[in-house]
Design a protein around this ligand. Structure first.
Ligand code: SF4
Length: 335
């Protein structure tokens, strides 16, 4: 049984301008110990989806199911969700200062979090805080446990955040752009810490990112979101080397190359989620779009009969049509 099974998740928010349909029928699962990379441009709904699962989207209209460890979190009360956050699901955000209180010592904050969920003495929670700071690679952890967040560099603060999220040994860690604010070297170090802890603790991870380099480093499987919908889901290798959805293909085409080749960004911008496009939401930006794309929504279906690789594109459903279109486009561009 999957650790987390999300089924037909729909999340919308009323605003003065209209209803924002942030997540529109998303389904995915996370198995114990695996890493799912959840990727897409800003506003694709990836953060809203995971925040909703953990009960952090107040005022939203939510439908669907999100069964974690046998319990539907979308039906849980606020106090039940507080019990799940921490011991069941740990969270790391892009900016550790949103989670670490600047006025309290980091050790005290980790200890408080432990004592909020476990009947342990002050000495025990203190020992655990020092142990966790050591595990994430904070040098001289026994001394630094009494430092304030501002006394750590950005990378070290992110390590503190990881120590806090992992202190209760959660079975799932949701990491939302955890390395986006860090430079490349520090990013690699933080990812290594996460990988080591994941292997020691057997934790599953949802890695939310727009950085495909992070996905390449960490993910076992990749789920691609656009305009509140899932566009493609595949094992990492298939997503990188055999993407079937034009949006996934566009994300990879826009990656910088070591040889300094020109990037090919996806033309246009993500749509308004107050008035999302009809049909396939990617059709206004898709180089392969044809008439049906503007009116009919393609379902998420297996690619070449493989249930592990699914794509929501009419062309993925019909490879001969895809080839015909590609040939026609090539002929048009060379004439
Ligand atoms: Fe492009 Fe049509 Fe496929 Fe959407 S369904 S990605 S518009 S070809």
């Amino acid at each position: 049984m999957a650790l987390l099974e999300v089924e037909d998740l729909r999340v919308s928010f009323p605003t003065d301008d209209g209803v924002v349909q942030a997540v529109r029928g998303v389904s995915f699962q996370v198995d114990r110990g695996e890493t799912l990379g959840l990727v897409g441009e800003s506003g694709s709904g990836k953060s809203v989806a995971t925040q909703t699962i953990t009960g952090l989207t107040r005022g939203a209209d939510v439908h669907g199911r999100a069964v974690f460890d046998g319990r539907d979190l979308l039906q849980a009360t606020a106090s039940e969700l507080r019990e799940v956050r921490g011991p069941g699901i740990g969270m790391i955000f892009q900016d550790p200062l949103t989670s670490l209180h600047p006025a309290y010592r980091v050790g005290w904050q980790i200890e408080e979090m432990i004592r909020a969920h476990q009947a342990v003495s002050r000495a025990q929670s203190r020992r655990r805080a020092v142990e966790m700071l050591g595990l994430v690679g904070i040098p001289h952890a026994a001394e630094r446990v009494d430092d304030y967040p501002h006394q750590f560099s950005g990378g070290m603060r992110q390590r503190v955040m990881i120590a806090m999220a992992m202190a209760l040994d959660p079975s799932l860690l949701i990491a939302d752009e955890p390395t986006t604010a860090l430079d490349v070297t520090v990013q690699a170090q933080v990812l290594q810490v996460m990988q080591r802890l994941q292997s020691d603790f057997g934790t599953a991870i949802i890695m939310i990112t727009h950085d495909l380099g992070v996905v390449a480093e960490m993910a076992d499987r990749v789920a691609v979101m656009y305009a509140g919908r899932l566009m493609e889901r595949a094992p990492r290798r298939d997503a990188f080397y055999r993407p079937h959805h034009p949006y996934t293909e566009g994300l990879f085409d826009s990656l910088p190359t070591r040889g300094g080749q020109r990037l090919t960004p996806i033309v246009g911008t993500p749509p308004s989620l107050i008035h999302p496009p009809s049909g396939c939401p990617f059709h206004p930006r898709c180089r392969y779009a044809f008439d049906a794309c503007a009116t009919d929504v393609p379902a998420l279906e297996p690619v070449d009969g493989n249930p592990a690789h699914v794509s929501a594109c009419w062309l993925s459903h019909d490879s001969s049509l895809r080839e015909r279109l590609r040939r026609a486009m090539k002929a048009a561009s060379s004439s």
